[in-house]
Design a protein. Structure first.
Length: 229
C-alpha cells in the first residue's frame, strides 16, 4: 500500500482543561510522505495535540480529518478500529506489554486490526531487522535496555505500515548513531510508502531529516521558515 494525498487536516482545533486553554485554534495539514517536526516548550500542548490526532482524546472545538474522514463525528468503537489500523504510535507511555517478547509485542499490534498470521510474522521479522533487533526478538522488555525498548516500539509502529505515525521524542534514549539510523529509516519509509510522520522532538538529528518544522506557541501552530531555526 502506497499512500497519497492529505493524511491529516487539523482545523481550528481547541482543547481546554478546565479553565486552561491549551490549544486555541490549531491548523495543521500533513501530506502523505511528509515528515514534520513539532517544537514547543514543555507544557505548550504538543502531547495534547498528538493525543487528539491519535484519537486518544477529543477536542473542545474544531475538526480533525484523517485521510478525509472526520474522526470527531465517529463513535469510540469506530475510532478505536481506525486507530489500530491507521496510526502508529511511538510514545513514551505507550509501553510494551511486559509479559510479551519483542516479537510478540509487534505481533499484538498487528493482530488487533485483524492481520493474518503469515503476514504478521513476515512484517514483525522485517521490522525487527530494520531496527537492528533480530537477535532480541524473543526477549522480554525487561531484558532489553531503554534504547532497545524504544526501538521495539519503533518497529511496532513501522510494522503496521500505517498512513500516519505519531512520535513523541522517538530518539530519546538512543545514541546519535542509532538516532540517525532510525531517522533515516523513517525518511525512507515516508518517501517509499507515503507514510506521514509527525514528530515531537528537540533533537537536532530529527531536524536534519524532516521536511518542515512547526512551532506550537500560545496554543497555535506556526510553520517555521527555517527548520533549523
Ligand atoms: P507538552 O507535551 O508540550 O509538554 P502537554 O500537552 O503535555 O504539553 O500539556 C499541555 C498543558 O495541558 C499542560 O499545562 C498540562 O498540565 C495540561 N494537560 C494536559 N493533559 C491534561 C489533562 N488530562 N488534564 C488536565 N490538564 C492537562
Ligand atoms: Mg509532551
Amino acid at each position: 500500500m502506497i499512500y497519497s494525498g492529505e493524511v491529516i487536516n487539523v482545523e481550528q482545533v481547541k482543547r481546554s482543561f478546565g479553565t486552561v486553554d491549551v490549544l486555541r485554534g490549531v491548523d495543521l495539514t500533513v501530506q502523505s510522505g511528509e515528515m514534520i517536526a513539532l517544537y514547543g516548550p514543555s507544557g505548550s500542548g504538543k502531547t495534547t495535540l498528538l493525543n487528539l490526532i491519535g484519537m486518544l482524546d477529543r477536542p473542545t472545538g474544531g475538526d480533525i480529518l484523517l485521510q478525509g474522514l472526520n474522526i470527531l463525528k465517529m463513535r469510540e468503537g469506530k475510532r478505536t478500529k481506525l486507530r489500530r489500523k491507521r496510526i502508529g504510535f511511538i510514545f513514551q507511555n505507550y509501553t510494551l506489554m511486559p509479559t510479551y517478547t519483542a516479537a510478540e509485542n509487534i505481533d499484538l499490534a498487528l493482530r488487533l486490526p485483524g492481520m493474518g498470521f503469515f503476514e504478521r510474522r513476515r512484517r514483525s521479522k522485517t521490522a525487527l531487522e530494520a531496527v537492528g533487533l533480530s537477535a532480541w526478538a524473543d526477549h522480554l522488555p525487561d531484558q532489553l535496555s531503554g534504547g532497545q525498548r524504544q526501538r521495539v516500539a519503533i518497529a511496532r509502529a513501522l510494522a503496521l505500515h500505517p498512513p500516519l505515525i505519531l512520535a513523541d521524542e522517538p530518539t530519546s534514549g538512543l545514541d546519535t548513531r542509532t538516532a540517525k539510523r532510525v531517522m533515516s529509516l523513517f525518511h525512507g519509509i515516508a518517501k517509499q510508502q507515503g507514510t506521514a510522520f509527525i514528530i515531537v522532538s528537540h533533537d537536532p538529528v530529527v531536524t536534519e531529516f524532516v521536511d518542515s518544522a512547526y512551532d506550537l506557541i500560545d496554543g497555535q501552530v506556526h510553520l517555521r521558515k527555517d527548520k533549523q531555526g
